[in-house]
Design a protein around this ligand. Sequence first.
Ligand code: URA
Length: 221
Amino acid sequence: MCAAARYGRSMRLHVVDHPLVAHKLSTLRDERTDSPTFRRLTDELVTLLAYEATRDVRTDRVEITTPVAVTTGTRLSYPRPLVVPILRAGLGMLDGMTRLLPTAEVGFLGMVRNEETLEASTYATRMPEDLSGRQVYVLDPMLATGGTLVAAIRMLIERGATDVMAVVLLAAPEGVAVMERELAGLPVTVVTAAVDERLNENGYIVPGLGDAGDRLYGTAG
Ligand code: URA
């Protein structure tokens, strides 16, 4: 049975509507924001998005003893969630995500977009071969054409992931449409701070925030 038939769910898109999210995103958009401030605000914004993205993280009921009584509590289930930043820019989102999920495992996916064809290709993969039953949080700041995230999410689901949450700072409507079409029926949720107007002819999100990797780390890489 193909994966789409097995899951039969349409992609979920969650745009986080919160004044702190809007405030931090506006400062990220501002071209005058320097790299140190951009990194710190990305970190803070991801933590807010992570709060929403983990709403359905799997948990178990456990018995705990307080200084006063025995009661029932909640703890994250095994297998632990996996967090996968897409290099390079997704690395700037890792600390913000693992702050809320400190026991998560971390895998890495190196992907690069050809700036002429806008096609994504993989140059490094560091994560378990078998992701059966795992919830995976994939981090990439910009959902632009959708090519990178579609390729990454297909790979995660082929390895057995049962739930994939893509956490992105910003999305373009074109990228959302590509993901909805290419990942139809798969267990995928996109959590973002905003869906912008459009992509320009160079594949940049408008109004966007520019090149997220360059704004985080400069142009050396
Ligand atoms: N990648 C970026 O860093 N910015 C965009 O606007 C689109 C893709």
